[in-house]
Design a protein around this ligand. Structure first.
Ligand code: HGY
Ligand code: MN
Ligand code: MN
Length: 415
């Protein structure tokens, strides 16, 4: 039985599993498009469940479609040590965002099986439904229900642009589970993920020890003016909703820059109505995403958005309806779990640095119900939410090795 100091995952097997999974929803440019609760999401879930069953896991699915693949421990009355992430992607997603954290959890289980390692606590590899918040807003909604941030009815009622709800789509793809969502003890939760930013690669650091995650707020803004003819309508008589949206894009960008260097502010969606060349747009729908690691600054940015939008609407003569649809405060991860990640990486000889997560992750909500931390690995050019998203096999292996160590630190390992 190898000493824990020499324990490593099978990096090639993890890489091969990632490439196999990447075939589901593969896009022309080498990325993945598996929107939440589509047939492709079902296919990826089915593959994951098959692989976990082959690894001797029992499978449980809850009412939000969250999947839990469990490897028994010596004492199954103890709460599990859990790891996991998401299989759903952005429309122009990559081969690693989310899925890496899911398959790294499976790789830990496969490795413990190979070694005949028994742990005191059971171990669970989880898949959280609709982490991305792309097809169904907001993001991380199912880990949010699990953590008690949202109730089940809210979660199941999230609808896509065609009005299809998560509840209907879970039924349709056969992942409307029976288990209650959350409300059970988790001994510790770890999520491994690509950084999705440039820091680790630029500094040539292999493992990011994630100490915190920045908070974020999402808004939906409807601007209503008056459709009118692009020809005879004098410029000073227009109530142009697209002009309003254009100024909002500028406003949001300025708020991000005004709170540099860490603030982020993005308009990701802009729908124009009626979107005809010779009609002055009467209506626009705009989404706003702002983030910051300091909750007070995030509040200041919120205030600047509300005041700025009101002024833009008044200047042009538009009606505006601004709704905040998502918010969570910056997350400090559990010190003990952070230490387990740092120690695990150092035991493997990997370079480390502390880092704050710029993206949202299910771990942000799990941290409300379990001691939690994350493991980051670099990604090429820091690019993610893009089909060219890429990572080096040695980075993927390093994150898996670190995850293995952190899990064993918490699960209690019996050789
Ligand atoms: O938006 C995010 O940070 C994550 O990708 N859901
Ligand atoms: Mn992700
Ligand atoms: Mn993502």
């Amino acid at each position: 039985m190898p000493d824990i100091k020499n324990l490593r995952i099978d990096g090639q097997r993890l890489w091969d599993s990632l490439m196999e999974m990447a075939k589901i929803g593969a896009t022309e440019k080498g990325g993945c498009c598996r929107l939440a609760l589509t047939d492709l999401d079902r296919e990826s879930r089915d593959l994951f469940v098959d692989w976990c069953k082959n690894a001797g896991c029992t499978i449980r699915i809850d009412k939000m479609g969250n999947i839990f693949a469990r490897r028994a421990g010596r004492n199954n009355d103890l709460p599990p040590v859990m790891t996991g992430s998401h299989l759903d992607t952005q429309p122009t997603g990559g081969r690693f965002d989310g899925v890496y954290g899911v398959l790294a959890g499976l790789e830990v289980i496969r490795t413990l099986n190979d070694l005949g390692y028994e742990t005191e606590h059971p171990i669970e590899a989880a898949v959280w439904t609709n982490e991305e918040g792309s097809r169904f807003a907001p993001a991380m909604v199912s880990s949010g229900v699990f953590a008690g941030v949202y109730d089940l009815e809210y979660g199941l009622s999230r609808a896509d642009e065609d009005g299809k709800t998560m509840g209907e789509e879970l039924e349709r793809i056969g992942y409307a589970g029976e288990d209650e969502v959350g409300g059970r003890d988790i001994h510790a939760f770890f999520e491994v993920h690509i950084e999705q930013g440039p820091i680790l690669e630029e500094e040539e650091i292999t493992i990011g020890v994630v100490t915190d995650a920045q908070g974020q707020r999402w808004y939906e803004l409807e601007l209503t003016g008056v459709e009118s003819h692009a020809g005879p309508t004098p410029m000073d008589r227009r109530k142009d909703a697209l002009l309003g949206a254009a100024r909002v894009v500028e406003l949001v960008n300025k708020i991000g820059l005004d709170n540099a260097p860490v603030a982020c502010a993005t308009v990701g969606m802009l729908n124009v109505y009626p979107s005809s060349r010779n009609v002055i747009p009467g209506h626009t729908f705009v989404t706003i995403d702002i983030r910051h690691p300091d909750d007070d600054v995030l509040s200041d940015m919120d205030k600047a958005i509300r005041e700025g939008v009101a002024k833009i609407a008044a200047d042009i003569g538009l009606q505006s309806q601004l709704e905040q649809i998502f918010y969570y405060a910056p997350v400090p991860f559990d010190e003990d779990c952070v230490k387990a990640v740092r120690q695990g990486a150092e035991d493997c000889g990997y370079s480390t640095r502390d880092i704050v997560a710029g993206a949202g992750h299910d771990a942000c909500y799990l941290s409300q119900v379990a001691p939690t931390s994350m493991v980051f690995v670099p990604c090429v050019d820091g690019i993610s939410h893009n089909e060219v998203e890429d990572a080096k096999p040695e980075w993927i292996t390093a994150g898996g090795d670190t995850l293995l160590r952190a899990i064993l630190d918490k699960a209690g390992h019996i050789s």
